[in-house]
Design a protein around this ligand. Structure first.
Ligand code: OVM
Length: 399
């Protein structure tokens, strides 16, 4: 019996321009079709768009592994574009070891230590934006902030940081198909790879900073010295483009919901929930895959070994089975349980830093800006994995 016949099949390509520009109608179709669906253009894939199944797959890391890659490509069959990440694209026991090191470096205590500096930079940047009045929310704010504070914290020099944007774009495009977006990214990557790898080396990292702390963990024997540069690479891969778009999407949400911004302005302590709700409403990382290691079931539906499971985080975060009025951006809701940071043992190890960045930027805005107005049409930067803006013209009306 052909068991895959049980699974509804949709003739849609999630990476088609139309769906990257506006993924929400596609998400609704996928959620409605069933808990597990097949996609005609990708025969080796099943997709989950409902919250319950995305959450369940992420919480069963023994069945749904990461070591064969968390993109569309199965690394057991095709060589990845770069050596595998020792945390993102790893399973226990390797993952357990590397995760422990990064998790300590990005611990609540470490986040408390950087809070004052992160706050000062946010306040100064928002001050400059208010002085300008008319800004591009992405190029003047969302991009500038993480590109300053996070490489500072990792201990990377200022010169050449724009390479991190090109690298992030490539890393996240590489998780999709070999389409034109990936080809364009790969072209732009050529002069960048060397800079990235050089800046993963200890002599390029400020002593004591997060990057250097990875080498200290190697000195202590927790990881090997060969593993250290690749773990610094994880900081450089995952720490910039993600938060840029998290903040960019939050600005988009607030600019398009003046009532919600008014609540934030009235009570800047709402910055944290406002950012959290933006992550749910417009999830930065739209998708991650897992690979089934054996014949198994999702929601009772048979899934064969080696199938790639497409987990649609952004669709799960607007699943009406989980959230009332899911398409509403509502800073008064409690969005805990969203999967914008993933879930389970691979849940974002940097999420406390990401939340700190979002919180302090939105707090600084809430205090200094009475109203955020949309000053023109926005444009998107299409990426196979990220929900990203290219431009977001805004007018900041001072308090
Ligand atoms: C890594 C890595 C790269 C991209 C994303 C990510 C969301 C991790 O190199 O470990 O986590």
């Amino acid at each position: 019996m052909n068991e895959t016949l049980d699974i509804p099949e949709l003739d849609l390509d999630p990476y088609a321009e139309q769906h990257l520009l506006d993924p929400y109608p596609m998400h609704a179709r996928l959620r409605e079709a069933g808990p597990v669906v097949r996609l005609k253009p990708y025969p080796g894939v099943v997709a989950c768009a409902r919250h319950e199944q995305v959450h369940a797959v992420f919480n069963d890391h023994a069945t749904f592994i990461s070591g064969a890659g968390v993109g569309l490509t199965n690394f057991d069959l095709e060589t990845p574009f770069r050596p595998k990440s020792l945390i993102l694209e790893a399973d226990p026991p390797l993952h357990t070891q590397t995760r422990a090191v990064l998790s300590r470096i990005l611990s609540p205590k470490a986040v408390t230590a950087i809070r004052a500096t992160f706050t000062e930079v946010a306040e100064a940047l928002v001050e400059r934006c208010v002085a300008k009045g008319s800004i591009d929310g992405i190029h003047d704010l969302a991009q500038v902030y993480p590109l300053k504070v996070f490489p500072d914290a990792v201990g990377v020099e200022e010169h050449g940081r724009e390479n991190l944007l090109i690298y992030g774009d490539m890393v996240f495009n590489s998780m999709g198909p070999r389409n034109a977006l990936l080809a364009r990214s790969a072209e732009r990557m050529v002069p960048v790879t060397e800079w990235i790898m050089a800046h993963c080396r200890r002599e390029h990292l400020r002593p004591g900073a997060f990057g250097d702390q990875i080498y200290q963990a190697a000195d202590a024997g927790e990881i090997t010295h060969e593993q250290a540069p690749l773990l610094v690479r994880s900081f450089l891969s995952a720490g910039v483009d993600t938060t840029i778009n998290g903040i960019g999407n939050a600005l988009f949400a607030l600019a398009h919901h003046p009532g919600e911004y008014a609540k934030l302005h009235a009570d800047p302590a709402l910055a944290r929930p406002a950012f959290e709700e933006a992550l749910r409403w417009e999830s930065t990382a739209q998708t991650f895959y897992r690979t089934a290691v054996r014949d198994c079931k999702i929601a009772g539906v048979p899934v064969a070994a080696n199938i790639k499971v497409l987990c649609m985080l952004a669709a799960a975060n607007r699943d009406p089975r989980k959230w009332p009025n899911p398409d509403r951006y509502d800073i008064g809701r409690r969005p805990s349980g969203h999967v914008a940071f993933g879930a389970g043992i691979h849940g974002c190890v940097g999420q406390a830093v990401a939340r700190l960045e979002g919180e302090v930027v939105l707090t600084a805005l809430a205090k200094r800006v009475r109203r955020i107005e949309v000053a023109g049409p926005h444009t998107r930067r299409l990426n196979n994995t990220l929900r990203a803006l290219d431009t977001l013209p805004l007018r900041l009306i001072p308090a």
